[in-house]
Design a protein around this ligand. Structure first.
Ligand SMILES: Cc1cc2nc3c(=O)[nH]c(=O)nc-3n(C[C@H](O)[C@H](O)[C@H](O)COP(=O)(O)OP(=O)(O)OC[C@H]3O[C@@H](n4cnc5c(N)ncnc54)[C@H](O)[C@@H]3O)c2cc1C
Length: 538
């Protein structure tokens, strides 16, 4: 017999197999020996009340054989000698999942990636962190696995209408992710485990006869009769193509320029820009778990905040418990911060983006007050928001004093327009410099963040000790790559670019995804679209 049950357990009981089994037996009114096994269907922490507890949905097997959890694996074909192929630009989650799906559909993927393989990429990250030397082709955003490789690997997404989230999670498990991502309410993998998973994906694509070429950057293309006939690589090659999947991520602004210079339609897309906030993890634990010390059975706490401030949405973004603030720049002279955490989330700091929404009307209004703007005559340019992003990133770099040192201010000082005489310890390895951040952030962003921080401070208090609104926390600029500031418009059914029948804009850079899982799902959808376009002889 099988039974689906819901339990509310103490964190300890949820972790200890013997306690969990006893709780199941008690709930079902049976002896523990009658339980042959159970599958966790969903697990979440409920910390709303004073004592946090764990909610668990389980499928229990009683007095019948217990089947191990099986992960369905797609029937990947060997496509080595298949004539039908599709070029993919970019080996981020969108590009890799598109490649895997194409193989499933019997089409050979030929992937070009401007950056290096995961292992080699690590050396460039070390150079950036330790010496402030940025490789514009190999960094936290560019290289095998894309921006997702050295990330926190949070896999939570609300985009459940865009595809099958579960299938993406199952594929991650197939390639080496821990199985608990299938049932945790807020699954994450961790920076230390992601490179191995990405390597396994590459090996699968190659074993099936797909091609992957590293350090090959798309630099141009030829258009003939509303389709792309050839692509050009920065290394000099010209390649004849059948279909082109453009999965270049939101940091490849050279790709937006390339499309614009070829008179291809683009749209300015609202995005969000702001800062990273870093607190001691113990402070966030104490707020969220209502206790001064976190139980060893509870994970480092996280938070998700949102409010309206000065008429615009302000929200926390990509919160990394036990994490590190990372330099996520792709251009020399521009400073971008983001965050990651290892699978155990065991660093002493909790960081999160705190960003305000920006649209082209905001920037146009702000431009009217600006005395100097390095991008003249761009008011109606579809890349306006991309230029704005670049402008703030440059200001941030200059304010930090170079070498990717980040400008930073204590949180209460930030809200009170006060220079921070000294700064607390920070996880950001290149280092931080005390700067009044109103000199970096445009006023409409700065004042929205100030107001939002006060609201969040009221929401996240502690009975004793310091809450969210504390000068022990640090505000670090600039978190500017939250999502793409540009959309590459595509046909809603056939999914190709509105003007080019064999160009398929894909993933976050095209403006159709935000995060690892939604980019992966978009990759799969685009692969399907490529397959159908070919079936129709397009
Ligand atoms: C530090 C950090 C932490 C993050 N944490 C999380 C997280 O925890 N959870 C989450 O969901 N998301 C996270 N993100 C965001 C996530 O990584 C992205 O949403 C996701 O990777 C987007 O996938 P994509 O494939 O569309 O683009 P990308 O991952 O950006 O991949 C694009 C690829 O295209 C390549 N490329 C660009 N231009 C060219 C060209 N001209 N020629 C050839 N190749 C090119 C790039 O090198 C890159 O590898 C994080 C991002 C960063 C930087």
């Amino acid at each position: 017999m099988q039974q689906k049950i819901h339990l509310m357990l103490s964190p300890e009981d949820a972790v200890m197999p013997s306690s969990l089994k006893s709780a199941i037996a008690l709930h079902c009114g049976i002896a523990p020996e009658d339980i042959t096994g159970y599958h966790i269907l969903k697990k979440s922490i409920d910390a709303r009340s004073k004592i946090p507890y764990i909610q668990m949905h389980l499928q229990v097997f009683i007095q019948e054989p217990f089947p191990e959890r099986s992960i369905p694996v797609p029937a990947w074909k060997n496509v080595e000698h298949v004539k039908r192929n599709a070029c993919i630009i970019g080996a981020g989650p969108a590009g890799l999942f598109a490649a895997l799906k194409l193989i499933e559909l019997g089409i050979k993927p030929i992937l070009f990636e401007r950056g290096k393989m995961v292992k080699e990429r690590r050396r460039d990250l070390a150079l950036l962190n330790k010496k402030g030397i940025l490789n514009p082709e190999s960094n936290y955003c560019f290289g095998e696995g894309g921006a997702g490789t050295y990330s926190d690997g949070k896999l939570y997404t609300r985009s459940n209408k865009r595809g099958d989230i579960n299938r993406i999670l199952q594929l991650f498990v197939h390639f080496g992710a821990p199985a608990n991502i299938l049932w945790d309410a807020h699954p994450h993998i961790g920076t230390n485990k992601l490179p191995g998973i990405i390597t396994a994906m590459r090996q699968c694509i190659l074993a099936c006869g797909g091609e992957i070429h590293f350090e090959k950057k798309l630099s141009g293309f030829k258009i003939k009769d509303h389709s792309i006939s050839h692509i050009n690589l920065a290394s000099g090659e010209e390649i004849k193509i059948q279909s082109l999947i453009l999965a270049t991520g939101h940091s490849a602004d050279d790709i937006y320029l390339l499309l614009k210079n070829n008179s291809l339609q683009l749209e300015a897309k609202p995005f969000a820009l702001g800062v990273r906030i870093e607190h001691p993890q113990s402070c966030i634990d104490a707020i969220q778990y209502h206790h001064e010390t976190r139980s060893e059975f509870l994970p480092p706490a996280s938070y998700q905040l949102s409010t309206q401030a000065m008429g615009r949405g302000v929200f926390s973004f990509c919160m990394c418990p036990g994490g590190i603030i990372a330099p996520a720049s792709t251009h020399p002279g521009q400073l971008v911060v983001n965050g990651w955490s290892p699978s155990k989330r065991n660093n002493p700091f909790a960081n999160s983006g705190l960003v305000a929404e920006v649209n082209k009307h905001d920037v146009k209004t702000w431009l009217k007050e600006m005395k100097t703007w390095p991008f003249p005559d761009t008011e109606n340019d579809p890349l306006l928001l991309s230029y704005f992003q670049k402008y703030v990133e440059e200001k941030s770099f200059q304010a930090g004093g170079g070498n990717f040192k980040a400008p930073a201010q204590r949180l209460v000082d930030f809200c009170n327009h006060k220079f921070s005489a000294n700064l607390p310890q920070c996880s950001y390895i290149p280092g931080v410099a005390s700067v009044e951040l109103n000199k970096v952030l445009p006023p409409f962003i700065f004042s929205s963040l100030q107001q939002a921080l006060k609201t969040f401070g009221n929401e996240m208090r502690r009975k004793k000790g310091k809450g969210f609104y504390t000068n022990d926390a640090l505000v670090v600029a600039t978190e500017s790559r939250t999502s793409s500031p540009v959309r590459i418009p595509r046909d809603s059914i056939k999914m190709h670019h509105l003007q080019i029948s064999n160009l398929f804009p894909c993933g976050e850079g095209a403006g159709y995804a935000g995060g690892i899982v939604s980019a992966a799902m978009d990759g799969e959808r685009i692969a399907q679209a490529v397959a159908s376009s070919r079936a129709q002889g397009l």
